[in-house]
Ligand binder design. Structure first.
Ligand code: COA
Length: 386
């Protein structure tokens, strides 16, 4: 029996910063070194040398596939891209109803419906193989749902997935109805790989909290999407690009940044809960942006330099550096993705990381259930008569 003392609440830092809550073999982030990894591999190296399906296989099975495994995995996941008929039928109404909030809000509803329609059952009741099959089905269908929701909201017909295209190219194809240029498909694929997973971020933690209750896989993913949508997490890339628009011209950079940092506002695309150095994803994405070149890229590089310098001057000691979102927005813009699809595109990658985490969490029977310190009026106060 634990003693009363062992049960006494323990204070942890605000926001659980730095608190280790579980063991994982999925990956980690080293904030001081500017390094992160999936399993035992550098995530940036994976993004530079592998395809999305290889990394998906790595996250789900713990190892990179050999040629035969790659072919089988690619064929299996491509076949899962189609929507069940009842979900496809419901999408126009979901797209209409979520027109003001956008495709990520629509995805919450559509993915929930997909899970219910596929008969997802509580993870608690399923074998590891069955859980993985549900996770494969959910991940495979997310790009189809997102692109269909986007097109329907534009008054366009959804585009059926193609089996012969890899994940990223098929995503762009379903978005535009045209086969993407290889260089753009590869740029988006590298972005997607680089955002598959990133330690115990807010949405991953959310997914794992829900998984720890034994709920079904769609329930876990829908919660994670909600957490990702916030501007302090995944909702920043379009805002980073909006910032470039608001600044407008090079002569306004310093004035705009000083005014907004001085007013206590946060500059989107800068700062990170873990990195105290440049975000390694940002370095890679900046390289991709610079390989495309152009006025937007030159302007973004200038804003980055000045924002780094002014944040150091006006917020000394905080170590605020560029994060993934700043150049992610630029790369997606250069690849022809509409701004409202930036965070949804992030979700189309992160769904794989969430799912790997959910599968790992489902192996642990302990429910995640912390405590809070009550600071309201002292109880018990007699309930007033009605
Ligand atoms: C990512 C983020 C939420 C991390 O937050 P965090 O770990 O809680 O960092 P803190 O809020 O402790 O930041 C420390 C200080 O830097 C400031 N700060 C953090 N990010 C800042 C930014 N982007 N611009 C200006 N100031 C910033 C905070 O206001 C705080 O200032 P204070 O000490 O005077 O109160 C935060 O940096 C942010 O809001 N960035 C902008 C949004 C963004 O790019 N999100 C995508 C994340 S990948």
């Amino acid at each position: 029996m634990p003693t009363t003392e062992q049960n006494a609440p323990i204070d942890v830092p605000r926001g659980l910063k730095g608190v280790i809550v579980t063991d994982t073999s999925i990956g980690d982030v080293r904030g001081l070194q500017g390094f992160y990894h999936y399993r035992e591999y550098s995530a940036v190296e994976l993004a530079e040398s592998r395809g999305f399906e290889d990394v998906w296989h790595l996250m789900f099975h713990g190892a990179l596939p050999d040629a035969a495994e790659r072919a089988a995995f690619t064929a299996r996941t491509a076949a899962l891209r189609h929507l069940p008929a009842d979900v496809a039928d419901a999408l126009p109404a979901i797209a209409r109803a979520s027109a003001l909030s956008g495709p990520l809000a629509g995805l919450r509803t559509a993915l929930s419906l997909t899970g219910a329609s596929a008969g997802f059952r509580p993870l608690y009741d399923l074998t590891p193989d069955r859980r993985r099959a549900d996770a494969l089905a959910a991940c495979a269908v997310v790009p189809t749902l997102l692109t269909a929701l986007h097109r329907l909201a534009q008054g366009l017909e959804p585009v059926e997935p193609r089996h012969d295209l890899p994940y990223a190219a098929n995503y762009l194809y379903m978005l535009t109805g045209e086969e993407p240029e290889p260089v753009r498909a590869r740029a988006v694929e590298r972005y997607l790989i680089s955002t598959v997973d990133h330690g115990f971020n807010a949405s991953t933690f959310t997914a794992r909290v829900i998984a720890s209750t034994g709920a079904d896989l769609a329930a876990c993913l829908v919660g994670a999407i909600g957490a990702l949508s916030g501007p302090l997490h995944g909702g920043a890339p379009s805002r980073a690009l909006d910032t470039l628009d608001a600044i407008g011209t090079p002569d306004r950079i310093d004035g705009w940044l000083r005014e907004h940092i001085g007013a206590g506002e946060r500059i989107m695309g800068f700062g990170h809960p873990v990195y105290r150095t440049e975000d390694p994803r940002s370095r890679m994405l900046k390289g991709i942006a610079q390989s495309f070149g152009g006025d937007l890229v030159d302007f973004a590089v200038r804003v980055e330099e000045r924002a780094e310098a002014l944040l150091a001057e006006l917020k000394p000691g905080r170590e605020l550096h560029i994060n993934v979102e700043f150049f992610a927005g630029v790369v997606m813009e250069l690849c022809g993705l509409p701004r409202e699809m930036f965070t949804p595109t992030f979700a189309a990658a992160r769904v794989v990381g969430w799912s790997a985490n959910i599968l790992e969490q489902a192996e642990d029977s302990k429910i995640i259930r912390p405590s809070a310190r009550y600071v309201g009026p002292p109880p018990p106060v007699p309930v007033p008569a009605a």
